[in-house]
Design a protein around this ligand. Structure first.
Ligand code: PBG
Length: 323
Protein backbone atom coordinates (compact mmCIF):
# COMPACT_ATOMS: atom_id res chain seq x y z
CA UNK A 1 0.00 0.00 0.00
CA UNK A 2 1.25 3.47 -0.88
CA UNK A 3 0.82 5.76 2.15
CA UNK A 4 -0.34 9.04 0.59
CA UNK A 5 -1.49 10.33 3.94
CA UNK A 6 2.17 10.73 4.94
CA UNK A 7 2.22 13.68 2.57
CA UNK A 8 -0.59 15.38 4.48
CA UNK A 9 0.23 14.94 8.14
CA UNK A 10 0.63 18.64 8.96
CA UNK A 11 0.78 22.03 7.25
CA UNK A 12 4.55 22.04 6.88
CA UNK A 13 4.54 18.67 5.15
CA UNK A 14 1.64 19.65 2.95
CA UNK A 15 3.45 22.84 1.97
CA UNK A 16 6.56 20.85 1.09
CA UNK A 17 4.62 18.65 -1.32
CA UNK A 18 2.47 21.37 -2.81
CA UNK A 19 2.75 21.40 -6.60
CA UNK A 20 1.21 24.82 -7.11
CA UNK A 21 1.66 28.13 -5.42
CA UNK A 22 0.26 31.54 -6.16
CA UNK A 23 2.54 34.54 -6.35
CA UNK A 24 1.68 38.22 -6.26
CA UNK A 25 3.47 38.50 -9.58
CA UNK A 26 0.85 36.23 -11.19
CA UNK A 27 -2.04 38.47 -10.30
CA UNK A 28 -3.67 41.22 -12.34
CA UNK A 29 -6.09 43.60 -10.64
CA UNK A 30 -9.07 44.75 -12.80
CA UNK A 31 -10.28 48.28 -12.05
CA UNK A 32 -12.96 50.68 -13.30
CA UNK A 33 -12.19 54.30 -14.11
CA UNK A 34 -14.45 57.32 -14.56
CA UNK A 35 -13.70 60.94 -15.37
CA UNK A 36 -13.59 63.47 -12.57
CA UNK A 37 -11.71 63.80 -9.34
CA UNK A 38 -12.15 62.45 -5.81
CA UNK A 39 -14.70 59.95 -7.09
CA UNK A 40 -15.04 56.55 -5.47
CA UNK A 41 -18.40 55.06 -6.37
CA UNK A 42 -19.64 51.77 -5.04
CA UNK A 43 -21.24 49.43 -7.55
CA UNK A 44 -24.46 47.71 -6.49
CA UNK A 45 -24.08 43.94 -6.09
CA UNK A 46 -20.37 44.06 -6.85
CA UNK A 47 -18.99 44.06 -3.33
CA UNK A 48 -15.68 45.77 -2.73
CA UNK A 49 -15.38 46.95 -6.34
CA UNK A 50 -15.65 50.67 -7.10
CA UNK A 51 -15.48 53.12 -9.94
CA UNK A 52 -12.63 55.53 -9.38
CA UNK A 53 -11.61 58.83 -10.89
CA UNK A 54 -7.98 58.84 -12.07
CA UNK A 55 -6.61 60.34 -8.82
CA UNK A 56 -8.46 57.84 -6.62
CA UNK A 57 -7.69 54.92 -8.89
CA UNK A 58 -3.99 55.74 -8.69
CA UNK A 59 -4.23 55.66 -4.89
CA UNK A 60 -5.93 52.26 -5.00
CA UNK A 61 -3.35 50.95 -7.48
CA UNK A 62 -0.61 52.21 -5.19
CA UNK A 63 -2.17 50.41 -2.26
CA UNK A 64 -2.25 47.19 -4.30
CA UNK A 65 1.38 47.77 -5.27
CA UNK A 66 2.37 48.03 -1.62
CA UNK A 67 1.03 44.47 -1.30
CA UNK A 68 3.05 43.29 -4.28
CA UNK A 69 0.34 43.50 -6.94
CA UNK A 70 2.06 45.31 -9.79
CA UNK A 71 -0.31 44.81 -12.71
CA UNK A 72 -3.70 46.40 -13.28
CA UNK A 73 -6.31 45.98 -16.01
CA UNK A 74 -8.26 49.16 -16.69
CA UNK A 75 -11.80 49.60 -17.92
CA UNK A 76 -13.40 52.94 -18.73
CA UNK A 77 -16.94 53.85 -17.80
CA UNK A 78 -18.59 56.91 -19.27
CA UNK A 79 -21.86 58.80 -19.02
CA UNK A 80 -24.72 57.79 -21.31
CA UNK A 81 -24.71 61.20 -22.96
CA UNK A 82 -21.29 60.65 -24.56
CA UNK A 83 -22.20 57.20 -25.90
CA UNK A 84 -23.03 56.96 -29.60
CA UNK A 85 -23.18 54.40 -32.44
CA UNK A 86 -19.55 55.00 -33.43
CA UNK A 87 -18.33 54.83 -29.82
CA UNK A 88 -16.41 58.03 -30.59
CA UNK A 89 -15.40 58.63 -27.00
CA UNK A 90 -13.57 55.29 -26.90
CA UNK A 91 -10.66 56.74 -28.85
CA UNK A 92 -10.66 60.17 -27.20
CA UNK A 93 -7.65 61.29 -25.22
CA UNK A 94 -10.19 62.92 -22.89
CA UNK A 95 -11.70 59.56 -21.88
CA UNK A 96 -11.22 58.15 -18.39
CA UNK A 97 -8.73 55.47 -19.44
CA UNK A 98 -6.05 57.73 -20.98
CA UNK A 99 -6.26 60.09 -17.98
CA UNK A 100 -5.97 57.23 -15.54
CA UNK A 101 -3.09 55.59 -17.40
CA UNK A 102 -1.15 58.86 -17.27
CA UNK A 103 -1.85 59.36 -13.58
CA UNK A 104 -0.91 55.82 -12.56
CA UNK A 105 2.23 55.84 -14.72
CA UNK A 106 3.30 59.18 -13.31
CA UNK A 107 2.94 58.10 -9.70
CA UNK A 108 3.88 54.42 -10.02
CA UNK A 109 5.93 53.80 -13.15
CA UNK A 110 6.64 50.26 -11.95
CA UNK A 111 2.98 49.27 -12.32
CA UNK A 112 2.23 47.46 -15.56
CA UNK A 113 -0.89 49.05 -16.98
CA UNK A 114 -3.10 46.92 -19.20
CA UNK A 115 -6.11 48.55 -20.86
CA UNK A 116 -9.25 46.84 -22.09
CA UNK A 117 -10.05 47.62 -25.71
CA UNK A 118 -13.73 47.15 -26.47
CA UNK A 119 -16.57 49.40 -27.57
CA UNK A 120 -19.39 48.10 -25.35
CA UNK A 121 -18.90 50.76 -22.67
CA UNK A 122 -18.99 53.51 -25.30
CA UNK A 123 -21.74 52.54 -27.74
CA UNK A 124 -25.30 53.68 -27.05
CA UNK A 125 -26.61 50.14 -27.73
CA UNK A 126 -23.98 48.43 -25.56
CA UNK A 127 -22.67 46.04 -28.21
CA UNK A 128 -18.93 45.49 -28.56
CA UNK A 129 -18.86 46.59 -32.18
CA UNK A 130 -20.29 48.95 -34.75
CA UNK A 131 -23.90 48.09 -35.54
CA UNK A 132 -25.26 48.29 -39.07
CA UNK A 133 -28.85 47.29 -39.84
CA UNK A 134 -29.25 45.68 -36.46
CA UNK A 135 -26.11 43.54 -36.78
CA UNK A 136 -22.61 43.91 -35.38
CA UNK A 137 -20.40 44.67 -38.40
CA UNK A 138 -17.03 43.00 -37.87
CA UNK A 139 -14.89 44.84 -40.39
CA UNK A 140 -16.35 48.27 -39.67
CA UNK A 141 -15.43 47.74 -36.02
CA UNK A 142 -11.73 47.03 -36.61
CA UNK A 143 -10.57 50.63 -37.26
CA UNK A 144 -12.50 51.80 -34.17
CA UNK A 145 -10.76 49.25 -31.97
CA UNK A 146 -7.42 50.14 -33.53
CA UNK A 147 -7.97 53.84 -32.81
CA UNK A 148 -8.92 53.06 -29.22
CA UNK A 149 -5.76 50.99 -28.73
CA UNK A 150 -3.62 53.79 -30.16
CA UNK A 151 -5.26 56.31 -27.79
CA UNK A 152 -4.37 54.05 -24.86
CA UNK A 153 -0.82 53.58 -26.10
CA UNK A 154 -0.43 57.33 -26.60
CA UNK A 155 -1.34 57.77 -22.94
CA UNK A 156 1.31 55.26 -21.87
CA UNK A 157 -0.47 51.91 -21.63
CA UNK A 158 2.01 49.01 -21.57
CA UNK A 159 -0.36 46.35 -22.86
CA UNK A 160 -3.65 46.64 -24.71
CA UNK A 161 -6.23 43.91 -24.24
CA UNK A 162 -8.78 43.63 -27.06
CA UNK A 163 -11.96 41.97 -25.78
CA UNK A 164 -14.53 42.65 -28.49
CA UNK A 165 -14.17 39.19 -30.13
CA UNK A 166 -14.10 40.67 -33.62
CA UNK A 167 -12.19 38.60 -36.18
CA UNK A 168 -8.93 40.24 -37.17
CA UNK A 169 -8.90 42.65 -34.23
CA UNK A 170 -5.42 41.68 -33.06
CA UNK A 171 -3.91 42.24 -36.49
CA UNK A 172 -5.71 45.57 -36.94
CA UNK A 173 -4.48 46.74 -33.54
CA UNK A 174 -0.91 45.52 -34.07
CA UNK A 175 -0.69 47.34 -37.40
CA UNK A 176 -2.11 50.56 -35.98
CA UNK A 177 0.22 50.46 -32.97
CA UNK A 178 3.25 49.92 -35.19
CA UNK A 179 2.20 52.64 -37.59
CA UNK A 180 2.04 55.05 -34.68
CA UNK A 181 5.44 54.14 -33.30
CA UNK A 182 4.13 51.96 -30.46
CA UNK A 183 6.23 48.90 -31.25
CA UNK A 184 6.85 48.26 -27.58
CA UNK A 185 3.20 48.10 -26.60
CA UNK A 186 2.12 44.49 -26.23
CA UNK A 187 -1.18 42.75 -26.86
CA UNK A 188 -3.01 40.55 -24.39
CA UNK A 189 -5.78 39.07 -26.53
CA UNK A 190 -9.06 37.92 -25.01
CA UNK A 191 -8.87 35.04 -27.48
CA UNK A 192 -11.19 32.48 -25.93
CA UNK A 193 -13.88 34.69 -24.53
CA UNK A 194 -17.16 32.89 -24.07
CA UNK A 195 -20.70 34.25 -24.27
CA UNK A 196 -21.12 33.66 -20.57
CA UNK A 197 -23.73 34.13 -17.90
CA UNK A 198 -21.04 35.10 -15.44
CA UNK A 199 -20.54 38.70 -16.58
CA UNK A 200 -23.57 40.20 -14.81
CA UNK A 201 -21.91 42.34 -12.12
CA UNK A 202 -19.38 43.68 -14.63
CA UNK A 203 -22.12 44.92 -16.94
CA UNK A 204 -23.60 46.88 -14.07
CA UNK A 205 -20.19 48.31 -13.35
CA UNK A 206 -19.39 49.28 -16.93
CA UNK A 207 -23.03 50.03 -17.80
CA UNK A 208 -22.45 47.94 -20.89
CA UNK A 209 -25.38 45.55 -21.20
CA UNK A 210 -26.54 45.18 -24.81
CA UNK A 211 -29.79 47.08 -25.36
CA UNK A 212 -31.02 44.41 -27.81
CA UNK A 213 -30.02 40.82 -28.46
CA UNK A 214 -26.99 39.25 -26.83
CA UNK A 215 -23.31 38.71 -27.51
CA UNK A 216 -23.64 35.22 -28.95
CA UNK A 217 -22.86 36.33 -32.50
CA UNK A 218 -19.33 37.28 -31.51
CA UNK A 219 -18.39 35.70 -28.16
CA UNK A 220 -17.75 31.95 -28.19
CA UNK A 221 -20.33 29.22 -27.70
CA UNK A 222 -19.54 27.42 -24.46
CA UNK A 223 -20.04 24.04 -26.09
CA UNK A 224 -16.78 24.52 -27.97
CA UNK A 225 -13.20 23.73 -26.97
CA UNK A 226 -11.41 22.93 -30.24
CA UNK A 227 -12.64 26.21 -31.65
CA UNK A 228 -11.03 28.00 -28.71
CA UNK A 229 -7.68 26.58 -29.81
CA UNK A 230 -8.29 27.92 -33.32
CA UNK A 231 -9.18 31.35 -31.92
CA UNK A 232 -6.01 31.36 -29.84
CA UNK A 233 -3.85 30.25 -32.75
CA UNK A 234 -5.29 32.95 -35.01
CA UNK A 235 -4.60 35.62 -32.40
CA UNK A 236 -1.02 34.43 -31.93
CA UNK A 237 -0.52 34.47 -35.68
CA UNK A 238 -1.92 38.01 -35.79
CA UNK A 239 0.58 39.18 -33.19
CA UNK A 240 -0.83 38.52 -29.71
CA UNK A 241 1.92 38.38 -27.08
CA UNK A 242 -0.31 36.79 -24.45
CA UNK A 243 -3.75 35.24 -24.63
CA UNK A 244 -6.67 34.93 -22.28
CA UNK A 245 -9.34 32.41 -21.44
CA UNK A 246 -12.46 33.89 -19.91
CA UNK A 247 -14.28 33.11 -17.64
CA UNK A 248 -11.89 30.87 -15.69
CA UNK A 249 -13.59 28.49 -13.29
CA UNK A 250 -16.00 26.84 -15.71
CA UNK A 251 -13.28 26.83 -18.39
CA UNK A 252 -10.27 25.28 -16.67
CA UNK A 253 -10.19 22.58 -19.34
CA UNK A 254 -9.72 25.28 -21.96
CA UNK A 255 -6.86 26.83 -19.99
CA UNK A 256 -5.12 23.53 -19.52
CA UNK A 257 -5.51 22.57 -23.16
CA UNK A 258 -4.27 25.96 -24.34
CA UNK A 259 -1.19 25.66 -22.12
CA UNK A 260 -0.37 22.31 -23.73
CA UNK A 261 -1.01 23.45 -27.29
CA UNK A 262 0.72 26.83 -26.97
CA UNK A 263 3.51 26.33 -24.45
CA UNK A 264 5.43 29.42 -25.51
CA UNK A 265 2.66 31.95 -25.03
CA UNK A 266 1.65 33.12 -21.56
CA UNK A 267 -1.98 32.34 -20.83
CA UNK A 268 -4.14 34.44 -18.55
CA UNK A 269 -7.30 33.19 -16.83
CA UNK A 270 -9.94 35.74 -15.87
CA UNK A 271 -11.98 35.04 -12.75
CA UNK A 272 -14.88 37.19 -13.90
CA UNK A 273 -17.32 39.30 -11.94
CA UNK A 274 -19.99 36.59 -11.60
CA UNK A 275 -17.46 34.05 -10.30
CA UNK A 276 -16.31 36.60 -7.76
CA UNK A 277 -19.78 37.55 -6.60
CA UNK A 278 -20.88 33.91 -6.29
CA UNK A 279 -18.13 33.42 -3.72
CA UNK A 280 -18.92 36.71 -1.98
CA UNK A 281 -22.62 35.93 -1.67
CA UNK A 282 -22.12 32.33 -0.60
CA UNK A 283 -19.66 33.46 2.05
CA UNK A 284 -22.02 36.17 3.22
CA UNK A 285 -24.67 33.53 3.80
CA UNK A 286 -22.20 31.48 5.81
CA UNK A 287 -21.95 28.67 3.27
CA UNK A 288 -18.17 28.85 3.03
CA UNK A 289 -15.13 30.58 4.38
CA UNK A 290 -14.51 33.30 1.83
CA UNK A 291 -10.74 33.44 2.08
CA UNK A 292 -10.31 29.71 1.84
CA UNK A 293 -12.80 29.52 -1.02
CA UNK A 294 -11.21 32.19 -3.18
CA UNK A 295 -7.77 30.83 -2.44
CA UNK A 296 -8.93 27.46 -3.74
CA UNK A 297 -10.51 28.99 -6.83
CA UNK A 298 -7.44 31.08 -7.70
CA UNK A 299 -5.07 28.19 -7.07
CA UNK A 300 -7.14 26.02 -9.41
CA UNK A 301 -6.64 28.54 -12.21
CA UNK A 302 -2.89 28.44 -11.63
CA UNK A 303 -2.92 24.64 -11.37
CA UNK A 304 -4.67 24.45 -14.74
CA UNK A 305 -1.61 26.22 -16.11
CA UNK A 306 -2.46 29.91 -16.32
CA UNK A 307 0.54 32.15 -15.86
CA UNK A 308 -1.58 35.18 -15.05
CA UNK A 309 -4.77 35.35 -13.03
CA UNK A 310 -7.06 38.31 -13.37
CA UNK A 311 -9.18 38.67 -10.24
CA UNK A 312 -11.17 41.24 -8.28
CA UNK A 313 -9.75 39.47 -5.21
CA UNK A 314 -6.27 40.73 -6.15
CA UNK A 315 -5.68 42.87 -3.07
CA UNK A 316 -7.20 40.38 -0.65
CA UNK A 317 -5.28 37.52 -2.25
CA UNK A 318 -2.01 39.38 -1.82
CA UNK A 319 -2.41 39.19 1.93
CA UNK A 320 -2.35 35.39 2.16
CA UNK A 321 0.24 34.74 -0.52
CA UNK A 322 3.05 34.27 1.91
CA UNK A 323 1.11 32.37 4.55
C1 PBG B 1 -16.10 43.82 -22.48
C2 PBG B 1 -15.82 42.98 -21.30
C3 PBG B 1 -16.70 42.23 -20.49
C4 PBG B 1 -15.94 41.71 -19.44
C5 PBG B 1 -14.63 42.11 -19.66
N1 PBG B 1 -14.58 42.87 -20.83
C6 PBG B 1 -18.17 42.08 -20.51
C7 PBG B 1 -18.86 41.44 -21.62
O1 PBG B 1 -18.28 40.85 -22.53
O2 PBG B 1 -20.09 41.55 -21.60
C8 PBG B 1 -16.45 40.89 -18.30
C9 PBG B 1 -15.59 40.86 -17.10
C10 PBG B 1 -16.25 40.39 -15.86
O3 PBG B 1 -17.41 39.92 -15.85
O4 PBG B 1 -15.59 40.48 -14.82
N2 PBG B 1 -16.51 43.24 -23.62
Amino acid sequence: MKRFRQLRTDKKTRDKFAETSLRADDIIYPMFSVNGSRVKEEIPLFYGVNRYSPDMLAIEAGSALSRGINKILLFGTVADKVKNPAASFSASSAGPVPFTVKMVKKLFPEITVITDVCLCGYTDHGHCGFVRKGKVDNDATLPLLAAMAVAHADAGSDIVAPSAMMDGQVQAIRQALDKNGHHKVKILAYSAKYASNFYGPFRNAAKSSPAFGDRKTYQMDYRNAKQAMDEIKADIDEGADMVMVKPAMAYLDIISRAVKEFPKVPIAGYQVSGEYMMLKLAAKKGLMDEKEAFREALTAIKRAGAKYIITYYAKEAAVFLNT
